[in-house]
Design a protein around this ligand. Structure first.
Ligand code: ZN
Length: 260
């Protein structure tokens, strides 16, 4: 990926086989906080020679993880800008905020409302029980998962809810059990389209698995030595599962802090 220009066409990232992406006409150009230029090109724009357009999930295996994360950030900024062209209060066209404290928000010149990008915050929780070789994980399948894949329980926070409350609610709703001893694992920006995934490990407290019949296709306790097919290395769900297999989910600093 070019160091300074990141190009999306719809939800597909342009990847060039040559070192630099070609010059291109864009519908939307944004200078990102880090100085990169994010461009959104028209859906009917023909692909230049030597360029492929790939969804972010498919692009992951082809890119340096840092470049992929940057592309995800660019996508979130572009999506936000494309979806916030007019004031939600009075429908006037928004303008970029001006001044040193403006950040990267937009302001309504008529009523003064300012808007800034926001994340949809979701929790994900890996539930364990038992010790040592008898340890088991509660994993579930959503009907949307690839065939055979099981993962940790996840869901969006609701307005007015803490992360911990969201964990307890989602676990009760989706699995019908209770957990305790929540430990923070780490977090991951999730650009599909504007999520922030906050990951916890928790211990089973009580209850038998009674999966939600709508959201969960199947849920089971799996022994660490007999895990099913797991999600790809793209997601923090997999990082947690790998930590569980390595016996590291009981340690402090087990998560994804790049300074650890
Ligand atoms: Zn307004």
């Amino acid at each position: 990926m070019g160091a300074s220009r990141i190009i999306f066409q719809g939800d597909r990232l342009w990847l060039a086989s040559t070192p630099a992406l070609p010059e291109v006409e864009a519908e939307l150009r944004l200078r990102l906080p880090e100085g990169h230029l994010a461009l959104k090109v028209a859906e009917d724009q023909p692909l230049p020679e030597g360029v492929e357009a790939l969804g972010l999930r498919d692009a992951f295996s082809r890119m340096d993880p840092g470049d992929w994360a940057q592309a995800g950030r660019a996508y979130q900024w572009l999506e936000w800008a494309a979806a916030h062209r007019f004031c939600g209060s009075c429908a006037t066209a928004l303008e970029p905020c001006e001044g040193p404290e403006a950040g990267h928000g937009r302001r309504c010149p008529a009523c003064g409302r300012t808007v800034f990008p926001s994340n949809a915050t979701a929790i994900i929780v890996l539930i364990q029980r038992g010790e040592g070789p008898d340890r088991e994980l509660a994993l579930a399948r959503s009907p949307h998962f690839k065939s055979g894949v099981y993962s940790a329980i996840a869901g969006f926070t609701e307005p007015g809810e803490s992360l911990e409350q969201a964990v307890h609610r989602e676990v009760a709703e989706e699995l019908g059990i209770r957990v305790h001893r929540l430990r923070y694992f780490g977090s991951q920006p999730w650009p599909f389209p504007n999520g922030l995934m906050v990951a916890f490990v928790a211990d089973h407290l009580d209850g038998d698995l009674r999966p939600d019949p709508v959201e969960i296709e199947d849920a089971r306790w799996f022994r660490l030595d007999a895990l099913p097919q797991l999600p790809s290395a793209l997601s923090i769900a997999r990082w947690m599962l790998d930590a569980a297999v390595a016996g590291k989910t009981d340690e402090p600093g087990m998560g994804a802090d790049p300074n650890e």
